[in-house]
Design a protein around this ligand. Structure first.
Ligand code: ATP
Length: 447
């Protein structure tokens, strides 16, 4: 983990937020390369959910949440972790961190009994601050998918089964944020709510579990680093009938990367205030004072029912950590030397190619290198970097370390013969190609 954290800081992937003031615990900033990697990961998820399928719609709902949403969802009552206080050093711990009844801070046995600590952040809304005037910062993106369910369904004329996908920030006042970007207070989720008829939920859970494992593999996560965990009944969230966690071997241990829950009709049902709505027509439902009736009509049976929902919920930050961990490689390159290389899948690499003029002060080389950069950039496949340091060896090492799949060197032959040298990140092989064939080679390397 230490090596990864150090690489992330040195090369601009992830920084402690507010570091100049000592940092805010459990809150991180993504730097110039981190933001590209994170965007690429999110794009890959979005593409798999929305673009490559025909049964899922997207949503970007608000973070500020009306308190009723999290009251009726059950989070006000149950979204808590057991908190233990040390009476000696006054530190506070999540119960699962207490081993052998000892305070992890000072070793004292003088601890309080565990009590529930609600993890939701509140913020005042409007100029008057009081007990009533507040909103929650959503602790999961899912609830606004449920409260917007009717709007999405009506505006897209979707029939069950269909899904609504969303990527966005979530906030949890974790008692002990830790392990770099693994457990945060501000983080991002990629959540799909896939609505099915009751009775079709169990098969859908298995289907989504297989889909999601396949997707992680395509992101470069070795299947041997993943494990399936069937969450036992006593550990299930209040809304879940069954949950399968996809566990990943993080540097600090085997922990949850993504949870796939069968949330049944719990959420839509809870937001459906009045079950009489189930026997009303759509028209009367619209005219009814309650806008929260979230049932659908079974056209054949001519009756209303609340769909069940399967939720694959993945953490973006945990995904970034897993992917960096998988890609991080230190390998021998002969003569007792080593190199650090991030063997990222090219679609995730923050920089797709670096274009390097052999000499930084040579106008002609620089002009040609910039022209090549612009032409590759125009293909729209991600960031192409103009690397004008004049030190090819150092540039190669830097781009190995940040996972750039190819480096393109522009030298004097380029001016004379219209050729460049392409160097492959993983094999370190170099080959000469004509500039006219470069776009094809570039596109090929990113596949
Ligand atoms: P954990 O048991 O690790 O606290 P959870 O079961 O509470 O996680 P879920 O509510 O299922 O997590 O959230 C779905 C996903 O969101 C998780 O699989 C994880 O990737 C991510 N996630 C949840 N809490 C955090 C957090 N505090 N920091 C970073 N990512 C998180």
């Amino acid at each position: 983990m230490d090596e990864l954290v150090s690489l992330c800081k040195r090369r601009g992937f992830v920084f402690q937020s507010g570091e100049v003031y000592g940092g805010l615990q459990g809150v991180y900033d993504y730097g110039p390369l981190g933001v590209e990697l994170k965007n690429n990961l999110k794009h890959s998820w979005w593409s798999a959910m929305i673009f490559e399928r025909d049964d899922i719609e997207g949503l970007d709902a608000a973070i500020l949440s009306k308190k009723e949403v999290f009251k009726y969802s059950g989070h006000e009552d149950t979204f808590s972790d057991p908190l233990v206080d040390c009476k000696d050093c006054k530190s506070r711990w999540r119960e699962d961190l207490i081993v052998d009844g000892k305070c992890p801070g000072c070793g004292s046995h003088d601890l309080t009994s565990p009590r529930p600590f609600n993890l939701m952040f509140k913020t005042p809304v409007g100029p008057v601050e009081n007990e009533e005037n507040f909103a929650y910062l959503r602790p999961e993106t899912a609830q606004h998918i449920f409260t917007s369910f009717k709007n999405v369904q009506d505006s897209t004329s979707r029939q069950i089964p269909f899904g609504i996908a969303q990527i966005g920030k979530a906030f949890r006042n974790e008692i002990n944020p830790r392990n770099f970007i693994f457990r945060l207070r501000e983080f991002e989720q990629m959540e799909l709510e896939y609505f099915v008829k009751p009775g079709e939920d169990e098969a859908a859970l298995d289907y989504w579990c297989a889909e999601r494992l396949g997707w992680w593999e395509k992101q470069g996560v070795n299947p041997s680093s993943l494990e399936i965990y069937n969450v036992p009944n006593e550990e299930l969230a209040h809304y879940s009938k069954k949950t399968i966690d996809i566990m990943y071997r993080f540097p600090h241990g085997l922990e949850e990367l993504e949870g796939i829950a069968n949330r049944t009709d719990f959420d839509l049902g809870s937001h459906t205030k009045n079950q009489d709505a189930l026997s009303l027509t759509s028209k009367t439902m619209e005219n009814d004072e309650s806008t929260m009736r979230l049932a659908v009509q079974d056209l054949e049976a001519k009756k209303w029912y609340v769909p069940f929902v399967i939720e694959p919920s993945a953490g973006v930050d945990r995904g970034v950590l897993a992917i960096l961990n998988e890609a991080f490689t230190v390998e021998a390159i002969g003569d007792g030397k080593e190199r650090t290389v991030l063997k990222l899948k090219p679609h995730l690499s923050p920089i797709k190619a670096a274009v390097i003029p052999l000499k930084k002060n040579n106008d002609e080389l620089v002009r040609l290198a910039k022209e090549i950069k612009q032409n590759l950039q125009a293909l729209g496949l991600g960031r192409v970097f103009f690397e004008n340091t004049g030190n090819i060896g150092k540039a190669y090492r830097r781009h190995d370390e940040v996972g750039t799949p190819m480096c393109i060197t522009v030298d004097f032959d380029s001016l004379e013969n219209q050729t460049v040298t392409i160097r492959d990140r993983d094999s370190m092989e170099q080959k000469i190609v004509s500039i006219s064939e470069l776009p094809e080679a570039y596109i090929g390397a990113l596949k």
